[in-house]
Design a protein around this ligand. Structure first.
Ligand code: DLL
Length: 446
């Protein structure tokens, strides 16, 4: 494969040209060569983990495997899983395989407690990420020279900077708007003539609704492609966004623990997301037993990184539920496809792109004066946006501004906006076994 930082595109490529690749050689590698490359990279990653990450070394030792024992891709199943809780238990840098001084950047996402999950990147990791995001943009139909309006949040969230570096690497012109200020976003979309929009699907709909309210018809503008992800969405939502914005809505997947956005993306066929197999190994396991499932079966997606330096991951349990297919795709890419993510098998909620665990909200509620330890989280979809209402119970001595105070605490500690309803003592339903903490009234993804 060609050197990482050489531009692989010719400067002037016609937008409509079929099957245009950012990295033709890598994206169309015959399976046999792809698997040989995977095995080589897997063995190097395992050696690195064994030598540099105490947790991986002790897990491998406990399982009785050494990196040298892994001689084929089928041997992968002998390796222990890595869980999100491992990152939390070794907060902040305990799973890093490189000294902190060699890291170019840190990102973070919410964990199951108040502590975030911290992820790190070397300069090479950042370059690989930009490369894979550039590949993802091109796969979705973006081209060098496009204006990319990036409404993913900038900051610790990987969405903003991940898409930003990828769009630059592609040779596009990035508009780094981040989230919020929707009226201004509508104006900028028009004024700068963006062909590509990056946003969470719910925010894309929000933009469409605000445009409609302002009498702006974005369908008549330059927009042609949307890269939407970071939260579950459905085919119905895809059709709605496409109709309202007049673009092709493409699904993009990723997670901070593995890299960020750009782990997988749909091509113009919009029939499953190509997972970049020269950088990641994908498996589906049965969530309870952890047993591998055959191709096509629905289960939990497990990912192993093959080129990450700062934070290599061995068999990371994503908790995302989906299916894999290696059937041929019309676009010519040989990399497998991940079908739409249908949900998660843990209790993490994604509210307007912010990952939230009920236990985080509980941690805020417990100990607040005037609040009893009974609560329910109610999720609804109003228009295009998810709304969270936290129903809490007062101890009977609630002060006037209790709802406002609780809401403020939740916002400042977790970063999510929630309406709070204080109920009378005994009004929040009691558990008959496992507590039902979440009433998710949002339409289900199909
Ligand atoms: O959401 C990275 C990202 C940014 C992906 C922008 C795509 C676009 P985290 O904040 O760590 O990273 O959240 C990762 O979000 O495990 C899924 O549960 C969910 N998720 C991400 N993309 C999709 C998608 C980013 N396309 C978690 N469909 C993941 C469904 C998605 N769920």
């Amino acid at each position: 494969m060609s050197a990482m930082l050489q531009p692989r595109f010719q400067a002037r490529v016609h937008h409509r040209q079929r099957a245009w690749y950012f990295d033709r050689e890598a994206e169309t590698l015959p399976r046999e060569r792809l698997e040989r490359l995977q095995l080589k990279r897997l063995r190097a990653t395992l050696k690195d983990c064994f030598e540099n990450v105490a947790l991986h070394r002790s897990r491998m030792q406990a399982a009785g495997v050494r990196p040298a024992d892994i001689r084929s891709l089928q041997d992968l199943v002998q390796l222990p899983f890595t869980l999100k809780s491992d990152l939390r238990d070794h907060y902040p840098f305990g799973l890093f395989a490189r000294p902190r001084k060699l890291l170019a950047r840190l990102h973070a996402s919410s964990g199951t407690t108040g502590k975030p999950t911290v992820v790190g990147y070397t300069h090479k990791d950042i370059a690989t990420w930009a490369e894979l995001m550039a590949r993802s943009f091109a796969c979705a139909g973006a081209r060098p020279g496009d204006v990319v309006h990036n409404a993913y949040g900038y900051g610790l969230f990987t969405g903003g900077l991940g898409a930003h570096y990828g769009a630059e690497r592609l040779g596009a012109t990035v508009v780094p708007v981040s989230g919020g200020g929707t009226e201004r976003q509508v104006a900028l979309l028009q004024d700068f003539g963006a062909r590509v929009l990056c946003a969470t699907p719910s925010y894309a709909l929000n933009i469409a609704e605000v445009a409609e309210r302002e009498g702006v018809d974005l369908k008549r503008g330059a927009l042609e492609i949307g890269l939407f992800g970071a939260e579950p969405w459905s085919e119905a939502m895809r059709r709605e966004i496409e109709a309202k914005l007049g673009l092709k809505a493409v699904d993009i997947y990723g997670l901070s623990e593995i890299m960020g956005p750009g782990v997988a993306v749909e091509c113009e066929a919009q029939d499953g997301l190509h997972g970049w197999e020269d950088h990641f190994l994908f498996e589906i396991v049965e969530p309870e037993s952890g047993e591998p499932l055959p191709e096509g079966a629905s289960g939990e997606l497990v990912i192993t990184t093959l080129t990450k330096q700062a934070l290599p991951m061995i068999r990371y349990r994503t908790r995302d539920v989906t299916r894999l297919t290696r059937s041929r795709c019309g676009c010519g890419r040989t990399h497998l496809r991940i079908k739409r993510i249908t949900g998660r098998n843990d209790d993490m909620l994604i509210i307007r792109g912010v990952n939230v665990y009920p236990s985080q909200i509980e941690a805020v509620l417990v100990g607040l004066p005037g609040i009893a330890p009974h609560y329910q989280l109610v999720l609804e979809r109003r228009g295009s946006l998810d709304e969270l209402t936290v129903e809490v119970e007062s101890t009977g001595f609630a002060s006037q501004d209790l709802e406002k105070r609780v809401s403020h605490h939740i916002k400042s500690r977790i970063g999510v906006t929630a309406a709070v309803v204080v109920k009378q003592p005994g009004e929040v339903p009691r558990s008959q076994g496992k507590a039902v903490r979440v009433r998710d009234l949002r339409p289900k993804a199909s």
